[in-house]
Design a protein around this ligand. Structure first.
Ligand SMILES: [Zn+2]
Length: 259
């Protein structure tokens, strides 16, 4: 799970305002679906995914695999290698879905229609190969909110590397959030768990043979690189969590702390 600090985002406010104004003038319902049916507003919406991808540094909000919008920025970190970490196409995920179930009772400015065009309600997500992330979620309610650090900081990972069938699991100290991870978003699907365990193994392999002092220095360097990279590799939140753990630092997500 990626922590997304929306207050530091770069929403395309002018485009979103224009979309709403055009829909209002044409007496259409003001929502995302209508904006996509209307050719002039569809064009305005087309850059939205690039803003979301950039704000999330090219990672899916849920599984934190690499995603790309229309642009193709190259990753700087080489920990996963460029070929095996090719980005997949991102699309817009609505935290409060465009068509939520009866669980959602929002009205007025919190109605699903209004929120469907609210940048703060949008994330970039992968297509989940049909079985994870929002493809698994559908329109179900999520309890974990990627915008709340207090939710995301409950997450930890089992470790051990690729030789361990229990390694690479995403877990939470909070039972409800664990249900979101396992059932709603299916983030412990074997495909994802095994990929995370492989990334752990790569990290262990880099450590091998280093003296304690060199290992600490190397961890600090990699941590600084991952925190500042505009296109970190897939599973960067897990790598950062592991490095902070090994350096006895407090967990910060992707946010750089004041040094
Ligand atoms: Zn994903």
């Amino acid at each position: 799970m990626l922590y997304v600090n929306k207050s530091e985002g770069h929403p395309p406010q002018d485009e979103l305002k224009q979309v709403k104004a055009v829909l209002k003038r044409k007496r259409r319902t003001i929502n995302y679906d209508e904006a996509y049916k209307e050719p002039s507003t569809k064009e305005l919406l087309s850059g939205l995914i690039d803003h979301l991808v950039d704000d999330q540094r090219g990672l899916c909000v849920y599984c934190s695999c690499r995603v790309e919008g229309h642009g193709h920025a190259k990753p700087l970190s080489k920990i996963l290698g460029e070929v095996r970490d090719d980005p997949v196409t991102a699309h817009v995920e609505h935290y409060i879905p465009r068509h939520p179930g009866l669980w959602y009772r929002g009205s007025g400015s919190a109605s699903a229609d209004i929120l469907s065009l609210d940048y703060n309600n949008m994330f970039a997500a992968c297509l989940g190969k049909g079985s994870t992330c929002d493809r698994s979620r559908g329109n179900r309610k999520l309890h974990i909110d990627p915008r709340n650090w207090s939710d995301v900081e409950t997450i930890f990972y089992t470790s051990g590397g690729e030789g361990f069938s229990t390694a690479g699991r995403e877990c939470s100290h909070n039972e409800t959030i664990q249900h979101d991870i396992d059932d709603v978003l299916n983030l412990n699907h074997e495909r994802l768990r095994a990929r995370r365990a492989t990334v752990q193994q790569m990290l262990y392999d880099m450590f091998r043979g280093l003296s304690d002092a060199d290992a600490v220095e190397w961890c600090q360097e990699l941590l600084a690189e991952l925190r500042s990279d505009v296109r970190p590799p897939s599973f960067a939140p897990m790598l950062i969590w592991m490095l902070e753990d090994s350096l006895d630092l407090p967990h910060t997500g992707m946010v750089a702390t004041e040094e």
